[in-house]
Write a protein that binds this ligand. Sequence first.
Ligand SMILES: [Zn+2]
Length: 349
Amino acid sequence: MDILKKIIIIISVLGFLFPCEGDANLDNSTNIQDIVLIANHIVSELELIDDAFDNSDINNDDTIDILDIVNIANIILYNDENQCIPTIDITYNIDESLPIDWIIEFYTIMNNLSTLIPAYQNYFENLAVYAWNSNVENPYPGIEGGTYIGGADEGFNMVLEINQMEFEWNHMHRYSVIAHEYFHVYQLSINQPMNEPNGGYNPNTFSIKWLIEGAATTFESMYVQNYYDYNYFINDLAYIDLSNNIHTNPSIFEDYSSNNLDMNYSCSVFMVLVLAKELMNLGYSEESAFKMIFQEFMLTGAKNSNWENYFLETFGFSVDEFYTSLQSYSLNLQNVVPSSSLSLQQIFD
Ligand SMILES: [Zn+2]
């Protein structure tokens, strides 16, 4: 297991704590005090005696001047403060029942995802991962089996009980599920209401299933397309019969109780892919369309009681208009899959 330990150490050292641009006084946030400090610095023409000013030359022209102040003011006014908030702390409980090559791939995937879509400590600080092979007794007492994100005493748990058959058959799901569950962690990190309890109907949480699961499963499929050149949409999702309810009663997919009609979330994925097509019909690029769905909409703070307002605001058409537009698409996932050249990097840049 020595090599594993080395890998884990390398991953830890890589860290994902981004420096605070413009944080002259090194207090971990970029704010008006930094402007005052930098202004004083310029006025008094002090020598650079303190490393602190190293990160104040925002435009990298080797002098700290009024242009840097303007840039810092822009950072304060227009950027979300993410740059200064640390990423969530992840603890790993990876059982030895899992094949070693899966474990290595698991850490690679988590590293890729943390770089692509870092989850910052906006609403919770900790994530505990529990992973094991379904062919052994659950090694973690108190952790329910399955694959899901669940609430914990502190933060959340990511549970990955990987079905033994997925190793036997080299099924892509053994990797894609990591991207799917991590995407929920990302969603939780950018949408406060999702952090509220969601058992039963709670107007203050966000639990519109087709948007949450459709996005996570679409993301998961794009991940394996990007990193393994494997078309999950076509190979694993497209063969599932899509429910007629997409045409007749799409709102049932807002609720998790429709899961029996939504095998592998294929109906939810279909709806998300049609949403992207509708946005592209309005002139948005494919990457912009998915960025709006994956990120911008979630960042509005939409919750169950008001999500339809934010839907209209973000996408430019109402939920009802969107539901009606679904009727003009035949119930075949193949017709709406995104281009295989679309990269997640482009989407999240
Ligand atoms: Zn999910």
